[in-house]
Write a new protein. Structure first.
Length: 401
C-alpha cells in the first residue's frame, strides 16, 4: 500500500499535514474527509531502496581505525551516537562498511545497545572491540574508550607491518632465487648440454654435476610439484590441529633470530591489549581470556590460560608467566611491580611501548644483517651455475689457443 505525504485544511480553516497509507489518492481524500479534513495537496512517498552490501565481507583494519577515530571525535564534540553514525555512513567510501554502519544505526534506533549491534559483524569488530565498547557504555565514557581503541589498533597494525616486513624480505629474495635457478636448470642448461655434446669433449666435473642435476629436475619436475602441493596441504591440515599448532609455534619461538622477534612481537601485542582492556574497566579474568585469543602463538596462549586459572585462585599473574619460561625476566618483573603498586594497566602499556621500539630496532638490524648474507647466497648459487656452464668453453678456448 502506497504512503502519501499530504496537506489539508479543517472546516475551521486550520492547516494540517501528515503521512498516511492509502490505496490511491481518491482513497486518501475519502479517509481525510471522514476526519473533517479537506485534502489540498498529496505526494506519494517512494520507498528508498536499501543499498546492497556484503555483511560478511572482511573490512580493512585501516578503515575500521578511521571509522573508530572519527566516531570518537564526533561523540566527544557532543553529537549523539545515532547522528554520528548517520554522518559517518554518508562519508564512507567502502560500500560494505557503509552498509554495516547504517545497519548498526538502524539496530540502535530499534532499541539495541551499540555493543550488541557490533556483535552482528564479528569479521569487523572482534571480541576485544565489543568488550571495550561494553565497558565504555556501562561506564559512560564511550568516547574515551573509542579513542583508546583507535590508538590501540593503530599501534597494533604498525607492529604487525614491522614483523611482516622482517619476514617478507628474505622470503621474497629466496623465492626469486629459486625461480631463477629453476629457469636455468630447465631451459638454459639443456641448451648448453646440447652444445657440449656437439663438441664431443669430456665435461669438467662441476659442469657434469650441474648437467646431471638439470636432467633430474627436468624429468621429475611434475613429481616435485605434486610433492610440494601435498606437503603444503599436509602442513596446513597439521597446523589447524591443537597439537600441530602448539608444536609449530614452539619451534618458531626456538628458531634463531626469528624466535626472538616472534616472542618480542607477541609480548608487545598482549601487553598492549591487556593494558587497554584493564584501562577501559574490563575485568582482569575476562581481559586475560581475550588476550589469550589474540596472542598469535599457541604456546603463549597456553601460558596465559594457566595465568588466568591462577589469577582466579587469588594469585598474582606474574607467577605463572615467570614459570612458563617464555616471557623475558624484565616483563615479569615490571608486571610484578604493576600488581604490587596497583598500576598494572599503565605498567603494561609501558612494556608495550618498550617492546614496540625493540621490535622496530630488531627488524632494522635484521634486515641490515641479512642483506650481505642473501647477496652471498645468491652469488654462490647463481655464480656457481654460470661458472660450471662456462668451464668447458674456457677449456676449449685454451685448447684452441
Amino acid at each position: 500500500m502506497p504512503t502519501f505525504e499530504w496537506e489539508g485544511k479543517t472546516l475551521k480553516g486550520e492547516v494540517k499535514s501528515g503521512v498516511t497509507k492509502a490505496d490511491s489518492d481518491a482513497a486518501l481524500r475519502a479517509t481525510l474527509r471522514k476526519e473533517g479534513i479537506i485534502l489540498t495537496k498529496s505526494t506519494e512517498k517512494k520507498d528508498v531502496e536499501k543499498e546492497k552490501f556484503n555483511p560478511k565481507k572482511k573490512i580493512k583494519t585501516l578503515s575500521i581505525v578511521i571509522f573508530t577515530r572519527q566516531l570518537s571525535t564526533m561523540i566527544t564534540s557532543g553529537l549523539p551516537l545515532v547522528q554520528s553514525l548517520e554522518i559517518l555512513a554518508s562519508q564512507i567510501e567502502d560500500i560494505n562498511l557503509r552498509g554495516i554502519v547504517r545497519d548498526i544505526k538502524e539496530r540502535i534506533e530499534g532499541g539495541s545497545r551499540f555493543a550488541d549491534a557490533l556483535k552482528e559483524y564479528p569479521q569487523c569488530f572482534d571480541q576485544l572491540y565489543v568488550n571495550l565498547v561494553v565497558a565504555g557504555e556501562e561506564g559512560g565514557m564511550i568516547d574515551a574508550v573509542l579513542s583508546r581503541l583507535a590508538a590501540y589498533m593503530e599501534k597494533s597494525e604498525k607492529l604487525k607491518k614491522k614483523v611482516k616486513s622482517a619476514m617478507i624480505y628474505p622470503i621474497s629474495i629466496v623465492v626469486v632465487a629459486v625461480g631463477v635457478v629453476m629457469v636455468l636448470l630447465l631451459f638454459v642448461i639443456p641448451v648448453f648440454e646440447t652444445m657440449f655434446k656437439d663438441m664431443g669433449a669430456e665435461l669438467p666435473m662441476p659442469t657434469q654435476i650441474v648437467v646431471n642435476i638439470s636432467r633430474a629436475v627436468k624429468s621429475n619436475i611434475h613429481f616435485g610439484i605434486i610433492a610440494l602441493i601435498i606437503a603444503v596441504f599436509s602442513f596446513r591440515r597439521f597446523y589447524k590441529t591443537e597439537n600441530g599448532k602448539r608444536k609449530v609455534d614452539g619451534l618458531i619461538l626456538k628458531a634463531p633470530i626469528f624466535g626472538v622477534l616472534a616472542i618480542k612481537a607477541s609480548v608487545a601485542r598482549i601487553t598492549r591489549t591487556l593494558g587497554t582492556l584493564l584501562q577501559s574497566g574490563v575485568a582482569i579474568l575476562e581481559s586475560i581470556d581475550i588476550v589469550a585469543k589474540v596472542a598469535g602463538n599457541k604456546v603463549v596462549e597456553d601460558a596465559l590460560i594457566v595465568a588466568k586459572s591462577m589469577v582466579s585462585e587469588g594469585r598474582n599473574m606474574s607467577e605463572p608467566l615467570e614459570a612458563s619460561g617464555i616471557f623475558p625476566p624484565m616483563v615479569v618483573q615490571m608486571i610484578q611491580v604493576g600488581e604490587s603498586t596497583g598500576a598494572l594497566d599503565s605498567m603494561l602499556n609501558k612494556i608495550a611501548d618498550f617492546y614496540d621500539e625493540d621490535v622496530d630496532n630488531l627488524v632494522s638490524n635484521l634486515t641490515a644483517m641479512m642483506e650481505p648474507m642473501i647477496m652471498m647466497f645468491l652469488g654462490v648459487i647463481l655464480g656457481g651455475l654460470i661458472i660450471a656452464m662456462y668451464l668447458p668453453i674456457f677449456k676449449l678456448g685454451s685448447a684452441v689457443g
